[in-house]
Design a protein around this ligand. Structure first.
Ligand code: ATP
Ligand code: RIB
Length: 302
């Protein structure tokens, strides 16, 4: 089985449950506190591995306790970590996460070692990248590094998927977008990227067309409990989500992306792959946390 290579961040998440997300200047007393593994890149790598993909992760960790623990736990998930590098004297990425009663979250990331993932790190892994089936990336590591990886992968005929989260202040360079095969923004990211406020099916189609005009052929907009939108033969296709009890949506988008890549690497159509991804993500929202919420393949009923 060819590899799915995930390039991205690895964080330790510090989570507090709250009744509501605090307003600016407001102090509130929260409920339970937990520390768990997260980071968009690592979440997506774990999703790929648990759902049956042959997974390799490219990332930078700090040489602190969090970094050493993360490296071990990634390996326990069966993820290939040759290019997960511990960086001397640097902190591992950390995310402070608040989760409210409706399962909505608010997240701040201190990037630490994630910000040091470099073009040289990608050059070291270039031979592996060129032989992968899919390269999956997000935006918690430097864009120049990802741009380089996307170019190398695209030139080798490898499918390149970008989950454009968190969306940067500056627009993504055209040079980057032209090397992507598929992009998976949520509604907010799709709105920021396209300039079209996504709030229903009509605006989702407009946004997809605007993003396609930027140079990415395949666009999937994830839409929370509404599922996901894509375009086929000029028409909007909505693949509905699975109804479930929401506890915490953290890593729903990451689970969706990991699952999507596994299904695509198995040769499924985009529509079937989205359906599989909706199933996996709908399980993740029923559980607290990032890695700890991501389902195993056996949990997906098909
Ligand atoms: P997050 O940042 O919370 O991880 P996101 O904003 O990147 O998520 P969403 O569009 O909110 O992405 O959700 C991704 C996918 O997760 C959806 O397409 C859907 O499959 C699933 N999902 C999210 N929320 C729900 C929900 N309330 N019920 C069922 N499935 C959901
Ligand atoms: O997408 C969820 C992730 O965003 C969390 O695990 C947190 O680490 C931040 O990177």
């Amino acid at each position: 089985m060819k590899k799915i290579i995930v390039i991205g961040s690895c964080n330790t998440d510090m989570v507090i449950k709250v009744d509501h997300l605090p307003l600016p200047g407001e102090t509130i007393i929260g409920h339970d506190f937990m520390t768990n593994q997260g980071g968009k890149g690592a979440n997506q790598a774990v999703a790929v591995a648990r759902l049956g993909g042959n997974t390799q992760f490219i990332a930078r960790l700090g040489d602190d306790g969090f970094g050493c623990q993360s490296q071990q736990l990634l390996q326990q998930e069966g993820i290939e970590t040759t290019y997960v590098t511990l960086t001397e004297g640097v902190a591992t990425g950390v995310a402070m996460i608040l989760v409210d009663e409706k399962g909505e979250n608010s997240i701040i990331v201190a990037s630490g070692a994630n910000a040091l993932l470099s073009v040289d790190d990608i050059k070291a892994a270039e031979a592996d990248i060129c032989q992968a089936s899919i390269v999956l990336m997000q935006l918690e590591t430097p864009v120049e590094t990802l741009m380089y990886a996307a170019r190398v992968a695209h030139e080798a005929g490898v499918t390149v998927v970008l989950n454009p989260a968190p969306f940067p202040k500056e627009p993504l360079p055209v040079e980057f977008l032209k090397n992507l095969d598929l992009i998976t923004p949520n509604e907010t990211e799709a709105s920021m990227m396209s300039g079209v406020q996504v709030k229903n099916e009509a605006t989702a189609l407009q946004a997809i067309r605007a993003i396609q005009a930027l140079g990415v052929k395949n666009v999937i907009i994830t839409a929370g409990s509404a599922g996901a939108y894509t375009e086929k033969d000029g028409q909007l296709l909505r693949i509905p989500a699975f109804k479930t009890e929401v506890v915490d949506t953290t890593a729903a988008g990451d689970t969706f992306c990991g699952a999507l890549c596994v299904a695509l690497s198995e040769g499924r159509s985009i529509k079937d792959a989205i359906c599989f991804a909706n199933k996996a993500a709908s399980i993740s929202v029923t559980r607290m946390g990032a890695w700890r919420s991501i389902p195993q393949r056996a949990e997906i009923v098909e």
